[in-house]
Design a binder for this molecule. Structure first.
Ligand code: XUL
Length: 534
């Protein structure tokens, strides 16, 4: 390595995810120069987690030990040191955490955090710092009662979505906090601060309680996403004294302060290294993908996830609107669809003899719009819309029991992408000139599937590797945090990052075909909802 390289700045991005703690280091040119991780189950077996969590006997309560995350950070930093990472070059760090999880700091923990002894590890020193040792995480769905209570208190599900960006969800932190207050009153009483997983991790680096950022704060059913302050009515319905327990939220680009002297003395970080607010893993992924205004990212995995950049959000009963992690005045949205790859594979097996080549050939050999045949393929109960079953319609909107194999393949793929577009538009998304569709995940290697995606959205499709996006996005956000206050936009700060690859452009007739078909799809979806409503 040349001398200049050895002095050049580094930026770290951490990701406290469900199963592991990861880190990437990028240099000033945004090249990844180091990656490392700690797997919770195998490297910290003393916590006896499976997939990083404990699923309790009721099957609804899912928690992770706070100290496991602390110990993982000790271990990760030791591994980075052993690998020769020069911590003195790190100018800024940031990170992300699995969204919604909550950490309860016991009274006195702030004192411990500000006086950490560099001769001992974090795990030894923070043993007694948590009033609730097992933190509820995003997989927890045990707070249905608290969700109902919150919606009743604010005036209904839609009203709650209008304020906080989402109707009440069991995993959202406010409902978890309400449950803790009711089921563990003594432990709850002895907490002086409540963090999200992201702000908890930032607190370790800061040596003080870190603010919750606007973007991850939007996953709590507590933040007013328009005023970007805690919603009084939501706080009151959840627990007393929440203003002081949560602290004031800050923009996700905020520099929280210099790194704690603990890390300077123990690992050789520079005193000038800055800690930039940590955020949720999905917002951090949006940063890692460098999503821009007008863009939509579609992750084609076991379940399909859609990320949107929004200017004018229209919260709805489905989907989530969060404050934007890279530009505090804007928004993002997240939509999840359960019937993704597994349904595509089932139809491939039934209609294309299990072959992706034949599946692709069916898409090539059938016309845009499928001669008016349209289908809904919900093998399991879908999230958006809440409908189950396979429903096929002929050009006269009559439900039919079967389609020819080739028509079935196109009906499936067109139907899936029409649904992604419809629900994105319902949250306020619109396709504008320059819109890009970023595709990622398993099915993004199939050119014909991506051609349909491009046609349905009437926009070019690019592919992007998302495997590390939350970590990478955190490193990018660390770099941007240093210049955000002087007005540099995120996209300018990270313009040296690798560009996504163009893989499909829309057919000239696509707009005509799919604008019409989208209206029909919406009508048919409404019909299914009416017919299947209990
Ligand atoms: C998002 C959600 C999950 C977690 C996973 O609402 O619950 O994506 O963030 O880490």
């Amino acid at each position: 390595m040349m001398a200049a390289d050895q002095d050049s700045p580094l930026y770290l991005g951490f990701d406290f995810s469900t199963q592991q703690l990861k880190v990437v280091a990028v240099d000033g040119n945004l090249n990844v120069v180091h990656q490392n991780n700690v797997q919770f189950d195998s490297e910290l077996p003393e916590f006896r987690t499976q997939g990083g969590v404990h699923i309790h006997a009721d099957k609804l309560t899912v928690t992770s030990p706070a100290l496991m995350w602390v110990k993982a950070l000790d271990l990760l930093l030791d591994k980075m040191k052993e690998a020769g990472l020069d911590f003195s070059r790190v100018r800024a760090l940031s990170g992300s955490g699995q969204q919604h999880g909550s950490v309860y700091w016991r009274t006195g923990a702030s004192e411990t955090l500000t006086n950490l002894d560099p001769d001992q590890n974090l795990n030894q020193q923070l043993q007694n710092s948590f009033s609730i040792s097992d933190c509820p995480v995003w997989m927890d769905s045990s707070s249905s009662q608290q969700c109902q209570d919150l919606q009743r208190a604010v005036g209904g599900a839609l009203r709650l979505a209008e304020i906080t960006g989402s109707r009440a969800y069991e995993r959202f932190t406010g409902n978890q906090i309400a449950k803790m207050r009711q089921t563990k009153p003594n432990e709850f009483q002895s907490a002086e601060r409540i963090s999200l997983v992201s702000s908890f991790a930032a607190s370790l680096f800061l040596g003080d309680y870190a603010a919750i950022d606007y973007s991850d704060g939007s996953g709590m059913n507590l933040l007013d996403i328009r005023t970007r302050t805690w919603s009084e009515v939501c706080l009151e319905a959840t627990a007393p004294h929440l203003h002081s327990l949560l602290g004031a939220p800050l923009p996700s680009t905020a520099v929280l302060g210099p790194i704690s002297s603990y890390f300077v003395q123990r690992y050789g970080f520079s005193e000038s290294c800055r800690v930039v607010a940590f955020t949720g893993d999905n917002p951090a992924s949006l940063a890692g993908m460098r999503l821009q205004q007008g863009d939509i990212a579609v992750s084609l995995g076991t379940s399909d996830t859609v990320f949107l950049w929004l200017q004018q959000p229209r919260p709805a009963l489905e989907g989530h609107i969060f404050c934007n992690p890279v530009d505090w005045q804007e928004y993002m949205a997240l939509l999840c669809f359960k019937n993704g790859s597994l349904t595509r594979e089932r139809v491939r097996n039934e209609c294309a003899g299990g072959s992706w080549e034949l599946f692709s050939a069916s898409l090539r050999d059938t016309p845009l719009g499928n001669n008016g045949y349209i289908g809904f393929y919900f093998d399991v109960m879908e999230i958006t819309p809440p409908v189950v079953g396979v429903h096929r319609f002929d050009p006269d909107d009559s439900e039919v029991s079967s389609l020819s194999p080739q028509v079935e393949v196109r009906a499936l793929v067109e139907g899936q992408f029409l649904s992604r577009r419809l629900h994105a538009e319902r949250l306020g998304y619109s396709i504008i000139p320059g819109t890009r569709v970023l595709a990622t995940g398993g099915a993004s290697s199939n050119k014909e599937i991506l051609q349909v995606l491009s046609d349905v959205f009437n926009a070019p499709v690019y592919t992007i590797d998302l495997s590390n996006s939350a970590c990478l996005g955190s490193a990018y956000r660390a770099l941007h945090g240093l210049v955000a206050e002087s007005g540099v936009t995120f996209s300018d700060a990270v313009k040296k990052a690798p560009e996504p690859q163009l893989v499909a452009t829309p057919h000239p007739t696509a707009q005509e075909v799919y604008d019409q078909m989208l209206k029909r799809y919406a009508r048919l979806e409404e019909r299914l909802l009416q017919e299947t409503r209990p």
